[in-house]
Design a protein around this ligand. Structure first.
Ligand SMILES: Nc1nc2c(ncn2[C@@H]2O[C@H](COP(=O)(O)OP(=O)(O)O)[C@@H](O)[C@H]2O)c(=O)[nH]1
Ligand SMILES: [Mg+2]
Length: 322
């Protein structure tokens, strides 16, 4: 399966739009297959065309329901849409993934839509290891719009801005509004706000609080619009999608867009380097980890710092101390 000829065939089919091949490549990516890097290096020049949108917010805010409606709108505009729904690894994530599937399943027969759920296993920042790389693949495969659904519940979730061009933050009335809005980190990364469940009481108050907060920051080239939505019946989605598109256009002609691209590219290089260094470190430690070495540790003749230092000198010659 990992032979380069097999991977080539798989890639050819994926680029031609075969959804099963795309799914299999994403599995290679998720499993950190040795074939992954060569493949991504090859397709990278084909990327840069997609509009990458992050839809983030607390669990239960309606992100999947909203994504489903957003997909529908982009489909009506003739766009192909890829979705990566990232769920936190937890005993409940199986349920959450199932919920995402159910909310978006009516698109499964549509070859212009690809939906993939991922856990957050082995990663930081509310993104799955492989989210960034899957975006590269979907972009190369010609998806015009790529949506990343991610749970934004804490500071670490702001990592989404390193991947997405446009971040839509989904808030809801009645869930401790003030606390939601006080999460400054997450508020700052929003380019578009959706106050969802607008059929419920308290929605105007949330919208007013967001606007008040936005007013505190004067003179910014892009003022994040605040939309009231009812994801369940599609109300407000037209305007929301128009703002997502408008923000994408804004980035094309603005220093903000260049800054974002800069940040993304820097993140990509850093992530690729880290992956390689981690792999080399793991491999080296595994060959170095003999019973004898472990014995020196157990008997305290040596210690983990000294051992790590010796290994580092092997990996990176010239390293003197940990
Ligand atoms: N009343 C109301 N319920 C909604 C709305 N949007 C989503 N929901 C419900 O909220 C729950 C969570 O939705 P889901 O899309 O799974 O949220 P996610 O966890 O953010 O992806 C589901 O029961 C939805 O039917 C809305 O606009 N109004
Ligand atoms: Mg969801």
């Amino acid at each position: 399966m990992n032979s380069s000829a097999a991977v080539d065939t798989l890639l050819e089919k994926a680029l031609a739009g075969d959804i099963r091949s795309i799914a299999r490549i994403i599995s290679l990516i998720e499993n950190d297959s040795p074939a992954k890097d060569a493949l991504l290096k090859r397709i990278y020049p084909m990327t840069g065309k997609a509009m990458v949108i992050g839809i983030t917010g607390s669990p239960g805010a309606g992100k999947s329901t909203l994504t489903d409606k957003v997909i529908e709108h982009f489909r009506l505009m003739g766009k192909r849409v890829g979705v990566i729904a990232v769920d936190p690894s937890s005993p409940f994530s199986g349920g959450a993934i199932l919920a995402d599937r159910i909310r978006m399943q009516r698109h499964t027969g549509d070859t212009g839509v690809y939906i993939r759920s991922m856990g957050t296993r082995g990663s930081l920042g509310g993104l799955s290891r492989g989210t960034r790389e899957s975006v590269i693949l979907l972009d190369a495969c010609g998806y015009d719009v790529i949506i990343i659904e991610t749970v934004g519940v804490g500071q670490s979730e702001v990592d989404i801005i390193k991947i997405a061009d446009t971040v839509c933050l989904v808030l809801v009335p009645g869930m401790g509004d003030d606390i939601q809005i006080m999460k400054a980190g997450i508020m700052e990364i929003a380019n578009v706000f959706a106050v969802n469940k607008a059929d419920k009481p308290g929605v105007d108050r949330v919208a007013a609080e967001i606007r008040l907060m936005l007013d505190l920051v004067k003179e910014r080239p892009w003022v994040p619009p605040v939309h009231l939505t009812v994801a369940e019946n599609g109300s407000g989605i037209d305007e929301l999608v128009a703002s997502l598109v408008a923000h994408g256009d804004f980035l094309k002609n603005n220093p903000d867009g260049v800054r974002r691209e800069w940040r993304r590219l820097s993140f990509e290089v850093e992530e690729i380097l880290l992956q390689h260094v981690t792999r080399v470190a793991e491999r080296t430690w595994n060959t170095y980890k003999t019973d004898k070495v472990m014995e020196t540790l157990l008997s305290r003749k040596s210690n983990p710092y000294l051992v790590a230092e010796e290994i580092l000198q092997k990996i990176i010659p010239g390293t003197s101390e940990v």
